[in-house]
Design a binder for this molecule. Structure first.
Ligand code: F6P
Length: 489
């Protein structure tokens, strides 16, 4: 375990979000894989966490504290400082709903049909400058103030919301120690040309203002190093996984994030999960295929339903004996593409169900809600876990679910999910666009002999237990230490 140190964690979504309910302020754990993973940092280090005020009550809390840090208490009673920024609401809308998600997320997950989208008009240029850059500046200013209080703290930026903030911090504090972890895929250099030159340059230049830039896989790292060379003229040093840029050397790491197995062991036995499991057992056919996703186009839910339809077409003997349970967490519904995707999911499930359903058997059971106990209960009980993402930075579901599964379930995993780089030997790999092959994989998984199923899932479990979240956090801090000891490039 790395020694205790002072960290400034910076992410759009914070570890906790506030709501006003029943006449009082209620703090709820912030959602999403990133925040769940980082929460354990506060147990072992002295953390100041800078995040956006996202709910109305977050804004009240931010303003009550003059947007200064205040003390918060984590699950185990350890304390950390939280600094919420109450951004200008219009700027935040441009930042989150125009640039970060429909633009950067779509680009990095290859979600466009380029003949039709995107069209970069004045509105996008404006949203870039007055939304994305301006919100990044607000984050950078908060970081600079925290560094004035504690010049020796290391800054740990996260994700695609904050690509240009590190440059602003670096210019103000040339000696600062900055790490940035990108939790989503990095697209190859040519694909970045969809964005205007000044925008794609600002993104790469901003990231290269860090001392360390981290990715989940070697594949995303390779893409980043090549893109940095093409777009801003960085000089790759492939032997040392680093680049030279602007008189400095930047380490580019590949370390897949993981989960805390103890947390899942505990959750699996909790009353909430056991209660949810009882409800899921009602009407359960002999075999259950499970998918767990946010309602995000990158997750490829509609094609997954089509694959299940092809499987049912080819295997009438399985009618009434198998279902596909889709537990979907509603996501980013302010963004039209996301709202439309929910409609597409419902349409496709309805179409398939209308073809096959009979006497109480509904082939595709779609449940759209944010219900983690139900998810963990379903993790315990699947025969097949189906992850067919178009592209995915990592995909934590592929690591979480096998840990608690009690049926020696088989994992079908997209070759474009980051987790495939680690788990590929033990899963049934699928091309996310090839629904025919996905249908075959469902068949193969359902028919797989018991000993083969057990060997595969035990191998996955063993890997995840060995390469857990604590290891990932240590690797990030070690990378920072190593980098602060090397000479400028
Ligand atoms: O890295 C991707 C990520 O930030 C994950 O942490 C999380 O699953 C998701 O995106 C959350 O997105 P949002 O904050 O927009 O709900």
């Amino acid at each position: 375990m790395a020694s205790r140190r002072n960290l400034i964690v910076v992410s759009n979504r914070g570890p906790v979000t506030f709501t006003w309910s029943g006449g009082e302020r209620v703090a709820r754990r912030g959602g999403g894989g990133l925040v769940t993973a980082l929460r354990s940092l506060v147990l072992h280090h002295d953390v100041t966490w800078i995040a956006s005020a996202m709910s109305d009550e977050d804004r009240v809390v931010a303003l009550d504290n003059n947007e200064e840090p205040f003390e918060e208490t984590a699950r185990d009673g350890s304390t950390y400082r939280l600094r919420l920024i109450a951004h200008d609401e219009q700027a935040y809308d441009w930042f989150y709903n125009v640039i970060a998600n429909p633009m950067l997320w779509f680009l990095q997950h290859h979600l466009w049909d380029l003949a039709a989208a995107p069209t970069i008009d004045h509105g996008i240029h404006h949203a870039w400058l007055e939304g994305y850059v301006s919100i990044n500046r607000a984050f950078a200013e908060a970081v600079i103030e925290e560094l004035e209080r504690d010049p020796h703290a290391s800054v740990f930026f996260h994700d695609y919301h904050l690509y240009v903030a590190p440059r602003i911090v670096r210019d103000a504090r040339p000696d600062a120690r900055l790490v940035h972890f990108v939790h989503i895929p990095w697209a190859a250099a040519d694909y970045w040309t969809v964005l205007p030159l000044e925008i794609r340059r600002a993104i790469h230049d901003g990231l290269l203002a860090n001392d360390v830039v981290g990715f989940h896989t070697r594949r995303w790292r390779r893409n980043f190093i090549r893109a940095a060379e093409d777009i801003v003229g960085a000089v790759p040093d492939w032997a040392h996984d680093s680049v030279g840029y602007d008189g400095r050397r930047i380490a580019v790491t590949a370390s897949p994030i993981s989960v805390d197995p103890a947390e899942f062991d505990e959750l699996a036995h909790s009353p909430a999960v056991i209660g949810a499991g009882r409800k899921l057992a009602h009407n359960r056919p002999e075999k259950r295929v499970l998918r767990v996703d946010r309602t995000d186009p990158s997750k490829n839910i509609v094609r997954g339903f089509r694959a299940f339809e092809l499987y049912l077409d080819a295997h009438p003997e399985m009618h009434r004996r198998v279902d596909l349970l889709a537990l979907l967490d509603p996501s980013r519904q302010e963004i039209p593409e996301y709202a439309e995707y929910v409609a597409a999911i419902q349409r496709e499930a309805r179409r398939v169900n209308d073809r096959f359903q009979q006497d109480g058997w509904i082939p595709i059971d779609v449940q759209i809600s944010d219900n983690f106990p139900r998810v963990v209960a379903a993790y315990k009980d699947f025969d097949v876990l189906f992850v067919n993402a178009i592209f995915d930075g990592l995909n934590l579901v592929a690591k979480e679910a096998p840990l608690v599964n009690q049926r020696d379930g088989v994992l079908i995993l997209s070759e474009n999910a980051g987790a495939h780089e680690e788990l590929g030997d033990w899963v049934l790999s699928v091309n996310p666009f090839d629904v025919a092959a996905q249908a075959d994989a469902i068949h193969r998984a359902i028919e797989m002999p018991a000993d083969e199923r057990r060997d595969r899932i035990e191998a996955v479990r063993g890997w995840v237990r060995e390469h857990d979240l604590a290891e990932w956090i240590d690797l990030q801090l070690q990378a920072l230490d190593a980098e602060s000891m090397v000479a400028p490039g």
